[in-house]
Design a protein around this ligand. Structure first.
Ligand SMILES: *[C@@H]1O[C@H](CO)[C@@H](O)[C@H](O)[C@H]1NC(C)=O
Ligand SMILES: *[C@@H]1O[C@H](CO)[C@@H](O)[C@H](O)[C@H]1NC(C)=O
Ligand SMILES: *[C@@H]1O[C@H](CO)[C@@H](O)[C@H](O)[C@H]1NC(C)=O
Length: 356
């Protein structure tokens, strides 16, 4: 058997034995959360099993065992199980990057101890905004999660979210309706100028501080955070723009809207574009001429930001419509590409988070 450093550590400090199979265990009797690999392998009750289910079976054999910490080592056929007599939710760690390798499986018959003002409801806690997770131990990962957790509110307010790969929570605008909408970019154009934004500003975000002005309609959360929000599940984006007098809406919908990481210049992609007759729109993102990548002063290899006079996502011949232009434009059937009065991204996650 191949041994990783973790196995060696475990087997030198703990009693390793093989677990037996047999005992009856139902998956729904156990909750699970990610934990740090650093916290495992210290206790005496460490065994090697063939799967996390087998670890749970071992824990089910005794009343004392409340939870089992499970780590996948280098050897694909085996897992390390540490049986524990307690289940403190402090063990759960959402921020550990290496948490994919280890998780805590805990008996859900244990009385729920909700955190952050949550209240028990069946096998999980009902969490006040902006908290989420079985015990409300973390921030919601996007506004869709708040909606999934039972919140309904048509007011568009500023809330903290923390996507799975974000090192810290940050503010976006949410509306807990229509599946739960996350607004990472909002620009009410009048009086704003976004065309001089640099690569660094676009990366970290800019505009009004939502802490101070929660009703602001002039902010962009930044490319890095947008990438984090979109990387944790399948999202639809409605690029909603308004033009004309009286204001007329144009809704450009994109299935599986993604923004890649910085090394690929936050390349934008989607599976398909569509619109609805009530808010007709054409596709303002040109993917026919190759990859659509972000360009801004500081990182503008094809001089698209320079040629177009504004940063934005452009095709390889610098085609496309930028929300950062002064003023931004968007193509509408029969209307050409009118100047916009407002443009926003409306993200709705349509499937569960990928890790679960
Ligand atoms: C409690 O859980 C039930 C069943 O899952 C759900 O229908 C209900 O909305 C929850 N209540 C609250 C306040 O979340
Ligand atoms: C969504 O888009 C990404 C990036 O283009 C792609 O890798 C992935 O397969 C797509 N997923 C689905 C479910 O269409
Ligand atoms: C860029 O390429 C697309 C597709 O080939 C073409 O339709 C468009 O007119 C081009 N745009 C510019 C600005 O040359």
């Amino acid at each position: 058997m191949r041994s990783s450093a973790l196995w060696v550590l475990c087997c030198t400090v703990a009693i390793c034995s093989s677990v037996s199979t047999s005992s009856d265990v139902r998956k729904q009797d156990y909750g699970r959360c990610p934990i740090s690999s650093k916290t495992i392998g210290q206790g005496p009750n460490t065994v090697i099993g063939s799967s996390s289910l087998q670890c749970a079976m071992e824990c089910s054999k005794t009343e004392q065992c409340q939870s089992v910490a499970v780590c996948h080592g280098d050897d694909p056929g085996h897992v390390l199980c540490e049986l524990r007599n307690d289940i403190t939710q402090a063990q759960c760690s959402q921020s550990d990057i290496d948490s994919h390798a280890c998780h805590l499986a805990y008996k859900t018959t244990t009385e729920l101890v909700c955190e952050n003002g949550g209240t028990p409801n069946g096998t999980k806690c009902f969490c006040p905004l902006p908290f989420a997770g079985r015990l409300c131990q973390r921030y919601m990962r996007d506004c869709t999660e708040g909606y999934e957790n039972g919140h309904q509110d048509r007011h568009k307010g500023a809330y903290l979210i923390q996507p799975m790969t974000s090192p810290a929570p940050f503010l976006v605008k949410c509306e807990f309706d229509w599946g739960g909408m996350t607004f990472p970019l909002w620009r009410q154009v009048s009086g704003t100028s976004w065309s001089a934004v640099t690569w660094e500003q676009a990366k970290v975000g800019f505009g009004d501080d939502l802490n101070v002005e929660p009703d602001s309609k002039n902010f962009f959360v930044g490319l890095e955070k947008l990438h984090q929000i979109l990387s944790q599940g399948l999202n639809n984006n409605q690029i909603l723009s308004s033009y004309g007098n009286p204001w007329t809406n144009s809704g450009a919908y994109y299935h599986n809207f993604t923004v890649a990481s910085e090394p690929t210049k936050y390349q934008l992609s989607y599976d398909n574009f569509y619109d609805y007759p009530r808010q007709p729109s054409l596709n303002g993102l040109d993917v026919s001429s190759g990859p659509v990548v972000f360009a801004a002063p500081g990182n503008d290899p094809n001089s698209c930001a320079e040629t177009r006079g504004a940063p934005g996502w452009y095709g390889s011949n610098c085609s496309g419509h930028s929300m950062f232009a002064d003023p931004p434009t968007w193509p509408v059937p029969g209307q050409g590409s009118p100047d916009l009065k407002e443009v926003l991204f409306v993200l709705v996650r349509t499937e569960p988070f990928w890790e679960e």
